[in-house]
Ligand binder design. Structure first.
Ligand code: NAP
Ligand code: ZN
Length: 369
């Protein structure tokens, strides 16, 4: 079997990561556009202050803040961000926040240099991007170490990936302190996302020995974390650090393999029903795994369950439901529409088993009817 693994992101992990290693920013650029969410969390959790202090130590003379990224960012937001980048002639983009600001920053890094139509952007017809630095403040997406950026597209009426090798952050600064104030619901939704990444990577057609090393380790960590999260209480700094580590390892795993059917199936649900990404995945994962078990004797299913501390699929399903809740009912028309959108996403064919149209339809009916 021929396989490859290449992740170019320099990772700095631990408390005060920016304070101790901020000088790594030296030489990347002189004028920075800082991209954050619209809710102000980057200011409240201290990440934005730390980033700006690091600019001083790295000799960065000019910066502006674009604080307009909404959850599940749209192409329109990317365009406004690109304009802000052009106004200060930014030569580097620094993202602070969850997956939404990090993904938006990747799109802004492209559109600041090239004025592309929405179609051209989603067909990945870009040739350059500004360097990106990522500072995650949630523990789930792993976007700080992936070349992916999932953007809401009015044209395609769905969330779609504009990712490619140019979009890997140059540096990821992961400081668990920025996640301490994640509210419970956000903590659950993002942990479910990280768990799904580990599972989908381990069960991906493109998995290889390096991605397996990341995904199995993350299944262990995230499995423990999901059990811990069933207790509604304050989590300790050590526990927050474990969540961030699991998310990072899952991100590294999917940076090699990509994600598969659950992600492809979840995007229409988030686009149309505004259901947070990780929660949407939790509705889909158990039925998807049960389908794989029925149609294949793949040993990896048992390995994945065991690695994350479950004896049976039913046990896993019970915990995911306790954390993510119950899937909404969708009309026949909605299910038909989501079927086509799921089949249109390339992810759907990246699992250990290739689905037929009827398989995807049966899964959608099973989960959402
Ligand atoms: P998010 O959409 O970035 O943020 C959700 C909410 O959490 C926002 O209101 C945000 O507020 C808030 N928040 C962020 N950090 C916080 C903190 N430290 N304390 C309190 N609140 C905080 O959430 P996410 O789950 O991290 O990202 C989801 C997005 O990532 C989706 O669009 C998904 O498709 C994408 N994703 C990308 C990848 C990839 O590889 N590129 C992988 C998985 C998912 P603010 O407005 O203040 O930021
Ligand atoms: Zn995800």
């Amino acid at each position: 079997m021929l396989w490859q693994a290449n992740n170019p992101t320099h990772i700095v992990f631990g408390e005060r990561a920016l304070k101790s290693q901020g000088s790594l920013l030296k030489g990347l650029g002189k004028r920075v556009l800082v991209v954050t969410g619209q809710g102000g969390s980057a200011q409240r959790n201290g990440a934005q202050d730390d980033v700006i202090k690091a600019f001083k130590s790295a000799g960065i003379s000019k910066h502006a803040v674009f604080a307009e990224v909404e959850p599940n960012p749209s192409v329109h937001t990317l365009r406004r961000g690109a304009q802000a980048a052009q106004e200060i002639k930014a030569d580097i983009i620094v993202a602070i926040g969850g997956g939404s600001p990090m993904d938006a920053a990747k799109g802004i890094a492209v559109l600041a240099l090239e004025d592309l139509s929405e179609e051209a952007l989603f067909e990945l017809r870009y040739r350059k991007a500004l360097p990106i630095v990522a500072v995650p403040t949630t523990a789930g997406t792993g976007s700080e170490v992936t070349g992916s950026a999932i953007i809401s597209s009015p044209l395609y009426q769905n969330k779609k990936n504009i990712g490619g090798p140019l979009l890997y952050p140059r540096i990821a600064f992961l400081d668990p302190r920025y996640t301490y104030d994640n509210p419970r619901q956000l903590t659950l939704d993002t942990a479910l996302d990280a768990y799904a990444h580990a599972l989908e990577s381990y069960l991906a057609f493109r998995s290889n020995p390096i991605s397996d090393t990341y995904s199995l380790r993350s299944l262990g960590i995230m499995g423990e974390c999901l059990h811990m999260l069933s207790e509604a209480r304050e989590y300790t700094p050590k526990e927050r650090e474990r969540l961030l580590l699991g998310s990072l390892l899952s991100g590294l795993a999917i940076s090699i393999t990509g994600v598969s059917m659950p992600h492809g199936m979840s995007y229409p649900l988030t686009y149309n029903r505004d259901i947070p990404h990780g929660r949407a995945l939790s509705y889909i994962i158990p039925a998807w795994m049960s389908w794989i078990m029925r149609v294949s004797r793949n040993q990896r299913m048992q390995n994945a369950l065991r690695a994350s501390g479950f004896n049976t699929l039913a046990e896993m399903e019970g915990l995911l439901r306790a954390l993510g809740g119950v899937a909404p009912k969708l009309s026949e028309q909605e299910r038909e529409q989501y079927l086509q959108l799921t089949l249109d996403s390339k992810n759907v064919f990246n699992g250990v088993v290739f689905p037929q149209r009827e398989d995807v339809k049966a899964l959608l009916d099973d989960i959402f009817q």
